[in-house]
Design a protein. Structure first.
Length: 407
Protein backbone atom coordinates (compact mmCIF):
# COMPACT_ATOMS: atom_id res chain seq x y z
CA UNK A 1 0.00 0.00 0.00
CA UNK A 2 1.45 3.39 -1.07
CA UNK A 3 1.72 6.55 0.97
CA UNK A 4 -1.30 8.03 -0.80
CA UNK A 5 -3.53 5.15 0.27
CA UNK A 6 -2.22 5.39 3.83
CA UNK A 7 -3.06 9.06 3.82
CA UNK A 8 -6.60 8.41 2.59
CA UNK A 9 -7.20 5.83 5.31
CA UNK A 10 -5.84 8.20 7.92
CA UNK A 11 -8.09 11.00 6.68
CA UNK A 12 -11.17 8.82 7.17
CA UNK A 13 -10.50 8.73 10.91
CA UNK A 14 -9.70 12.44 10.93
CA UNK A 15 -12.98 13.20 9.16
CA UNK A 16 -14.83 11.23 11.82
CA UNK A 17 -13.10 13.24 14.54
CA UNK A 18 -14.03 16.49 12.82
CA UNK A 19 -17.62 15.32 12.40
CA UNK A 20 -17.79 14.59 16.13
CA UNK A 21 -16.16 17.85 17.19
CA UNK A 22 -18.91 20.35 16.39
CA UNK A 23 -21.86 18.51 18.01
CA UNK A 24 -19.67 17.46 20.95
CA UNK A 25 -18.71 21.07 21.67
CA UNK A 26 -22.37 22.13 21.50
CA UNK A 27 -23.74 19.46 23.84
CA UNK A 28 -20.72 19.70 26.17
CA UNK A 29 -21.41 23.40 26.73
CA UNK A 30 -25.14 22.87 27.21
CA UNK A 31 -24.51 19.96 29.57
CA UNK A 32 -21.93 21.99 31.49
CA UNK A 33 -24.42 24.81 32.04
CA UNK A 34 -27.02 22.54 33.58
CA UNK A 35 -24.65 20.31 35.56
CA UNK A 36 -21.84 22.53 36.84
CA UNK A 37 -21.10 25.98 38.18
CA UNK A 38 -20.17 28.31 35.35
CA UNK A 39 -19.42 31.70 36.87
CA UNK A 40 -18.16 35.07 35.70
CA UNK A 41 -15.07 34.46 37.82
CA UNK A 42 -14.25 31.36 35.75
CA UNK A 43 -14.62 33.36 32.54
CA UNK A 44 -12.24 36.03 33.82
CA UNK A 45 -9.76 33.32 34.83
CA UNK A 46 -9.96 31.92 31.30
CA UNK A 47 -9.22 35.33 29.76
CA UNK A 48 -6.35 35.90 32.20
CA UNK A 49 -4.76 32.53 31.45
CA UNK A 50 -5.09 33.03 27.68
CA UNK A 51 -3.66 36.55 27.91
CA UNK A 52 -0.61 35.34 29.85
CA UNK A 53 0.10 32.56 27.36
CA UNK A 54 -0.32 34.65 24.21
CA UNK A 55 1.83 37.43 25.69
CA UNK A 56 4.63 34.93 26.34
CA UNK A 57 4.20 33.44 22.85
CA UNK A 58 4.50 36.82 21.13
CA UNK A 59 7.40 37.88 23.33
CA UNK A 60 9.28 34.66 22.61
CA UNK A 61 8.76 35.02 18.87
CA UNK A 62 9.80 38.66 18.73
CA UNK A 63 12.87 38.10 20.92
CA UNK A 64 14.07 35.33 18.61
CA UNK A 65 13.52 37.44 15.51
CA UNK A 66 15.29 40.51 16.95
CA UNK A 67 18.23 38.54 18.33
CA UNK A 68 18.92 36.16 15.45
CA UNK A 69 17.69 38.27 12.50
CA UNK A 70 17.07 35.22 10.26
CA UNK A 71 15.41 37.36 7.61
CA UNK A 72 18.76 38.91 6.74
CA UNK A 73 19.66 35.66 4.95
CA UNK A 74 16.87 36.33 2.45
CA UNK A 75 17.97 39.85 1.53
CA UNK A 76 18.36 40.16 -2.21
CA UNK A 77 17.18 36.58 -2.79
CA UNK A 78 13.38 36.79 -2.73
CA UNK A 79 13.03 37.22 -6.51
CA UNK A 80 15.31 34.24 -7.11
CA UNK A 81 13.44 32.09 -4.60
CA UNK A 82 10.07 32.92 -6.14
CA UNK A 83 11.26 31.46 -9.43
CA UNK A 84 12.57 28.28 -7.80
CA UNK A 85 9.68 27.40 -5.50
CA UNK A 86 6.50 26.07 -7.15
CA UNK A 87 3.44 28.24 -6.57
CA UNK A 88 0.21 26.88 -5.16
CA UNK A 89 -3.22 28.46 -5.07
CA UNK A 90 -4.21 29.85 -1.67
CA UNK A 91 -7.60 28.67 -0.46
CA UNK A 92 -9.99 31.60 -0.11
CA UNK A 93 -12.12 32.24 2.95
CA UNK A 94 -14.88 34.83 2.79
CA UNK A 95 -15.53 37.49 5.40
CA UNK A 96 -12.14 37.24 7.11
CA UNK A 97 -11.29 40.54 8.76
CA UNK A 98 -9.20 42.04 11.52
CA UNK A 99 -12.05 44.40 12.43
CA UNK A 100 -13.61 43.22 15.74
CA UNK A 101 -17.10 44.40 14.71
CA UNK A 102 -16.91 42.58 11.37
CA UNK A 103 -15.74 39.43 13.13
CA UNK A 104 -18.52 39.72 15.72
CA UNK A 105 -21.20 40.03 13.05
CA UNK A 106 -19.76 36.99 11.30
CA UNK A 107 -20.12 34.90 14.45
CA UNK A 108 -23.88 35.46 14.76
CA UNK A 109 -25.44 32.66 12.67
CA UNK A 110 -28.59 32.91 10.60
CA UNK A 111 -29.75 29.57 12.03
CA UNK A 112 -28.62 27.15 14.72
CA UNK A 113 -27.84 24.55 12.06
CA UNK A 114 -25.45 26.74 10.05
CA UNK A 115 -22.52 26.67 12.55
CA UNK A 116 -22.65 22.87 12.70
CA UNK A 117 -22.56 22.60 8.90
CA UNK A 118 -19.70 25.10 8.54
CA UNK A 119 -17.78 24.04 11.68
CA UNK A 120 -17.72 27.67 12.83
CA UNK A 121 -16.54 27.07 16.35
CA UNK A 122 -17.27 30.52 17.79
CA UNK A 123 -20.84 30.40 16.49
CA UNK A 124 -21.17 26.90 17.94
CA UNK A 125 -19.95 28.19 21.30
CA UNK A 126 -22.40 31.11 21.12
CA UNK A 127 -25.29 28.77 20.33
CA UNK A 128 -24.26 26.43 23.14
CA UNK A 129 -24.03 29.28 25.65
CA UNK A 130 -27.47 30.61 24.68
CA UNK A 131 -29.10 27.18 24.81
CA UNK A 132 -27.35 26.24 28.05
CA UNK A 133 -28.13 29.53 29.77
CA UNK A 134 -31.80 29.35 28.75
CA UNK A 135 -32.11 25.76 29.94
CA UNK A 136 -30.38 26.60 33.21
CA UNK A 137 -32.77 29.51 33.83
CA UNK A 138 -35.79 27.30 33.15
CA UNK A 139 -34.30 24.69 35.45
CA UNK A 140 -34.03 27.22 38.27
CA UNK A 141 -37.52 28.65 37.71
CA UNK A 142 -39.41 25.36 37.22
CA UNK A 143 -37.23 22.55 38.62
CA UNK A 144 -40.12 20.07 38.65
CA UNK A 145 -41.24 20.68 35.07
CA UNK A 146 -41.09 17.29 33.30
CA UNK A 147 -40.29 18.93 29.96
CA UNK A 148 -37.26 20.71 31.41
CA UNK A 149 -36.09 17.50 33.06
CA UNK A 150 -36.40 15.73 29.71
CA UNK A 151 -34.27 18.38 27.98
CA UNK A 152 -31.62 18.18 30.73
CA UNK A 153 -31.52 14.41 30.43
CA UNK A 154 -31.35 14.63 26.63
CA UNK A 155 -28.34 16.98 26.81
CA UNK A 156 -26.49 14.65 29.14
CA UNK A 157 -27.45 11.53 27.18
CA UNK A 158 -26.30 13.15 23.91
CA UNK A 159 -22.97 13.97 25.47
CA UNK A 160 -22.47 10.40 26.67
CA UNK A 161 -23.44 8.97 23.27
CA UNK A 162 -20.91 11.17 21.48
CA UNK A 163 -18.20 10.27 24.00
CA UNK A 164 -18.90 6.57 23.42
CA UNK A 165 -18.54 7.02 19.65
CA UNK A 166 -15.36 8.98 20.30
CA UNK A 167 -13.87 6.11 22.29
CA UNK A 168 -14.34 3.81 19.30
CA UNK A 169 -12.76 6.30 16.91
CA UNK A 170 -9.83 6.94 19.28
CA UNK A 171 -8.80 3.30 18.95
CA UNK A 172 -7.95 4.03 15.29
CA UNK A 173 -6.23 7.37 15.93
CA UNK A 174 -2.62 6.04 16.04
CA UNK A 175 -3.05 4.49 12.59
CA UNK A 176 -4.49 7.76 11.29
CA UNK A 177 -1.45 9.66 12.58
CA UNK A 178 0.89 7.20 10.83
CA UNK A 179 -0.97 7.32 7.52
CA UNK A 180 -1.44 11.09 7.34
CA UNK A 181 2.18 11.81 8.27
CA UNK A 182 3.56 9.31 5.74
CA UNK A 183 1.41 10.79 3.00
CA UNK A 184 2.39 14.41 3.78
CA UNK A 185 6.12 13.69 3.82
CA UNK A 186 5.88 11.45 0.76
CA UNK A 187 4.06 14.05 -1.35
CA UNK A 188 6.03 17.14 -0.37
CA UNK A 189 9.46 15.68 0.28
CA UNK A 190 12.20 17.43 2.21
CA UNK A 191 14.05 19.15 -0.63
CA UNK A 192 12.11 22.38 -0.35
CA UNK A 193 13.18 22.72 3.28
CA UNK A 194 16.76 23.40 2.20
CA UNK A 195 15.68 26.48 0.29
CA UNK A 196 13.42 27.74 3.06
CA UNK A 197 15.40 26.43 6.02
CA UNK A 198 15.98 29.82 7.71
CA UNK A 199 12.24 30.55 7.70
CA UNK A 200 11.09 27.06 8.69
CA UNK A 201 13.83 26.68 11.29
CA UNK A 202 13.13 29.90 13.19
CA UNK A 203 9.35 29.31 13.25
CA UNK A 204 9.72 25.73 14.50
CA UNK A 205 12.28 26.86 17.09
CA UNK A 206 9.87 29.44 18.49
CA UNK A 207 6.97 26.98 18.58
CA UNK A 208 9.13 24.31 20.23
CA UNK A 209 10.35 26.67 22.95
CA UNK A 210 6.81 27.74 23.74
CA UNK A 211 5.30 24.24 23.68
CA UNK A 212 8.08 22.15 25.21
CA UNK A 213 9.58 24.61 27.69
CA UNK A 214 7.04 27.28 28.60
CA UNK A 215 3.93 25.08 28.79
CA UNK A 216 5.48 22.46 31.09
CA UNK A 217 6.91 25.29 33.22
CA UNK A 218 3.57 27.12 33.61
CA UNK A 219 1.77 23.80 34.19
CA UNK A 220 4.19 23.19 37.08
CA UNK A 221 4.26 26.76 38.42
CA UNK A 222 0.55 27.54 38.12
CA UNK A 223 -1.11 24.17 37.71
CA UNK A 224 1.03 22.18 40.19
CA UNK A 225 1.62 19.43 37.58
CA UNK A 226 5.06 18.06 36.86
CA UNK A 227 6.43 18.70 33.34
CA UNK A 228 6.50 14.95 32.70
CA UNK A 229 2.87 14.56 33.76
CA UNK A 230 1.76 17.42 31.55
CA UNK A 231 3.70 16.33 28.45
CA UNK A 232 2.57 12.70 28.73
CA UNK A 233 -1.00 13.82 29.29
CA UNK A 234 -0.86 16.00 26.16
CA UNK A 235 0.78 13.42 23.92
CA UNK A 236 -2.30 11.82 22.31
CA UNK A 237 -4.08 15.12 21.66
CA UNK A 238 -0.93 16.87 20.39
CA UNK A 239 -0.13 14.01 17.99
CA UNK A 240 -3.71 14.03 16.73
CA UNK A 241 -3.44 17.77 16.11
CA UNK A 242 -0.12 17.29 14.30
CA UNK A 243 -1.74 14.64 12.14
CA UNK A 244 -5.03 16.27 11.17
CA UNK A 245 -3.84 19.90 11.18
CA UNK A 246 -7.07 21.04 12.85
CA UNK A 247 -7.49 22.00 16.48
CA UNK A 248 -11.27 21.79 16.02
CA UNK A 249 -11.10 18.15 14.94
CA UNK A 250 -8.84 17.45 17.93
CA UNK A 251 -11.25 18.84 20.57
CA UNK A 252 -12.81 15.42 21.36
CA UNK A 253 -9.37 13.91 21.97
CA UNK A 254 -8.32 16.97 23.98
CA UNK A 255 -11.31 16.58 26.31
CA UNK A 256 -10.62 12.89 26.79
CA UNK A 257 -6.92 13.47 27.61
CA UNK A 258 -7.73 16.28 30.05
CA UNK A 259 -10.25 14.33 32.09
CA UNK A 260 -8.69 10.87 31.93
CA UNK A 261 -4.92 11.44 31.71
CA UNK A 262 -4.47 14.74 33.53
CA UNK A 263 -7.43 14.42 35.90
CA UNK A 264 -8.72 17.93 35.11
CA UNK A 265 -12.30 18.63 36.16
CA UNK A 266 -14.99 18.50 33.49
CA UNK A 267 -15.90 22.16 33.99
CA UNK A 268 -12.33 23.40 33.49
CA UNK A 269 -11.79 21.02 30.55
CA UNK A 270 -14.89 22.18 28.72
CA UNK A 271 -14.30 25.84 29.50
CA UNK A 272 -10.75 25.73 28.08
CA UNK A 273 -11.18 23.27 25.20
CA UNK A 274 -14.70 24.18 24.07
CA UNK A 275 -15.38 27.78 25.04
CA UNK A 276 -11.80 29.08 25.06
CA UNK A 277 -10.31 27.24 22.10
CA UNK A 278 -10.44 30.32 19.85
CA UNK A 279 -8.60 32.33 22.50
CA UNK A 280 -5.90 29.69 22.85
CA UNK A 281 -4.32 30.13 19.42
CA UNK A 282 -0.75 30.71 20.59
CA UNK A 283 0.62 28.79 17.61
CA UNK A 284 -1.17 30.95 15.02
CA UNK A 285 -0.37 34.19 16.85
CA UNK A 286 3.34 33.40 17.15
CA UNK A 287 3.50 32.31 13.50
CA UNK A 288 1.88 35.52 12.24
CA UNK A 289 4.18 37.74 14.32
CA UNK A 290 7.38 35.94 13.40
CA UNK A 291 6.53 35.71 9.69
CA UNK A 292 5.76 39.41 9.43
CA UNK A 293 9.02 40.39 11.14
CA UNK A 294 10.97 37.82 9.09
CA UNK A 295 9.72 39.25 5.80
CA UNK A 296 10.35 42.80 6.99
CA UNK A 297 13.96 41.85 7.71
CA UNK A 298 14.26 40.22 4.29
CA UNK A 299 13.05 43.45 2.69
CA UNK A 300 15.57 45.54 4.68
CA UNK A 301 12.71 47.14 6.61
CA UNK A 302 13.47 47.73 10.27
CA UNK A 303 10.29 47.60 12.32
CA UNK A 304 10.14 49.71 15.46
CA UNK A 305 8.63 48.53 18.73
CA UNK A 306 5.32 50.30 18.02
CA UNK A 307 5.06 48.57 14.64
CA UNK A 308 5.84 45.18 16.15
CA UNK A 309 3.18 45.72 18.83
CA UNK A 310 0.75 46.54 16.02
CA UNK A 311 1.65 43.25 14.36
CA UNK A 312 1.01 41.44 17.65
CA UNK A 313 -2.44 43.03 17.95
CA UNK A 314 -3.31 42.10 14.37
CA UNK A 315 -2.04 38.54 14.92
CA UNK A 316 -4.17 38.10 18.05
CA UNK A 317 -7.23 39.36 16.20
CA UNK A 318 -6.50 37.01 13.32
CA UNK A 319 -6.17 34.06 15.68
CA UNK A 320 -9.49 34.84 17.36
CA UNK A 321 -11.18 35.45 14.02
CA UNK A 322 -10.42 32.04 12.55
CA UNK A 323 -11.98 28.73 13.53
CA UNK A 324 -9.81 25.69 14.14
CA UNK A 325 -9.52 24.75 10.48
CA UNK A 326 -6.51 23.60 8.46
CA UNK A 327 -4.26 26.40 7.12
CA UNK A 328 -6.01 29.03 9.27
CA UNK A 329 -2.70 30.77 10.00
CA UNK A 330 -1.77 30.92 6.31
CA UNK A 331 -5.21 32.12 5.25
CA UNK A 332 -5.15 35.23 7.46
CA UNK A 333 -1.43 35.92 6.98
CA UNK A 334 -2.05 38.37 4.08
CA UNK A 335 -4.19 40.51 6.40
CA UNK A 336 -1.49 40.60 9.06
CA UNK A 337 1.24 41.42 6.54
CA UNK A 338 -0.89 44.21 5.10
CA UNK A 339 -1.52 45.62 8.58
CA UNK A 340 2.27 45.71 9.04
CA UNK A 341 2.46 48.13 6.12
CA UNK A 342 3.92 45.76 3.55
CA UNK A 343 3.05 46.60 -0.08
CA UNK A 344 0.54 44.38 -1.84
CA UNK A 345 3.04 42.99 -4.38
CA UNK A 346 5.26 41.76 -1.52
CA UNK A 347 2.31 40.10 0.20
CA UNK A 348 1.21 38.42 -3.03
CA UNK A 349 4.75 37.19 -3.68
CA UNK A 350 5.50 35.98 -0.15
CA UNK A 351 2.42 33.80 0.31
CA UNK A 352 3.16 31.39 -2.60
CA UNK A 353 6.75 31.20 -1.40
CA UNK A 354 5.71 30.07 2.07
CA UNK A 355 2.93 27.70 1.03
CA UNK A 356 5.08 24.67 0.03
CA UNK A 357 6.35 24.32 3.61
CA UNK A 358 3.16 25.34 5.38
CA UNK A 359 2.10 21.70 5.58
CA UNK A 360 4.86 21.26 8.18
CA UNK A 361 4.53 24.60 9.97
CA UNK A 362 0.74 24.30 10.02
CA UNK A 363 0.88 21.00 11.85
CA UNK A 364 3.31 22.44 14.38
CA UNK A 365 0.99 25.43 14.90
CA UNK A 366 -1.95 23.10 15.48
CA UNK A 367 0.01 21.03 17.99
CA UNK A 368 0.86 24.19 19.94
CA UNK A 369 -2.78 25.34 19.85
CA UNK A 370 -3.93 21.99 21.23
CA UNK A 371 -1.33 22.08 23.99
CA UNK A 372 -2.44 25.65 24.73
CA UNK A 373 -6.02 24.44 25.29
CA UNK A 374 -4.71 21.82 27.67
CA UNK A 375 -2.40 24.05 29.69
CA UNK A 376 -5.20 26.61 30.12
CA UNK A 377 -7.45 23.82 31.41
CA UNK A 378 -4.74 22.83 33.90
CA UNK A 379 -4.39 26.47 34.99
CA UNK A 380 -8.15 26.84 35.45
CA UNK A 381 -8.36 23.56 37.35
CA UNK A 382 -5.69 24.72 39.80
CA UNK A 383 -7.64 27.94 40.40
CA UNK A 384 -10.98 26.27 41.08
CA UNK A 385 -12.55 26.81 44.47
CA UNK A 386 -12.49 23.32 45.95
CA UNK A 387 -14.48 24.46 48.98
CA UNK A 388 -17.70 24.46 46.96
CA UNK A 389 -19.75 21.25 47.03
CA UNK A 390 -19.36 19.04 43.98
CA UNK A 391 -23.07 19.17 43.22
CA UNK A 392 -23.22 22.98 43.24
CA UNK A 393 -25.14 24.20 40.23
CA UNK A 394 -26.47 20.73 39.33
CA UNK A 395 -30.13 20.11 38.67
CA UNK A 396 -32.08 18.53 41.52
CA UNK A 397 -32.50 15.36 39.48
CA UNK A 398 -28.74 14.69 39.32
CA UNK A 399 -26.81 13.62 42.41
CA UNK A 400 -23.23 12.72 43.22
CA UNK A 401 -23.68 9.05 42.48
CA UNK A 402 -24.99 9.85 39.04
CA UNK A 403 -22.10 12.24 38.41
CA UNK A 404 -19.60 9.44 38.91
CA UNK A 405 -21.59 7.22 36.60
CA UNK A 406 -21.85 9.69 33.71
CA UNK A 407 -18.30 10.97 34.10
Amino acid sequence: MGNEQLGKLGMLVIRLLKALAAPLILVAIVDAFVRTQFTLKQGLRLIRACAVNVAVACTTGLVLMNLIHPGYLWRGKIDQMLTQVPHQELRKVDNVSLDPIDNLSGYVPESFVEPLLKNNIISIVLAGVLLGAALRRLQQQTPDDPGVKTLVGAANASFRVLVQILEWVILLAPYAVLGATADAVGRNGLDVLYLLFPFVGIILLGLAIHALLYYPFIAWLWGKRSPKEYLLGCSDAALTGLSCNSSLATVPVTLKCLTEKLGVSESSSRLAACVGTNLNNDGITMYECMTAVFLAQALSTDLGMAQQIGIVAASIMAGIGMAGVPEAGLIVLPLVLSSAGMPSHVVEGAIPLIMPVDWLIGRARTGVNVMSDMVVAVMLDASEDRSEPVTAGLPPSIHEGEIEEIS
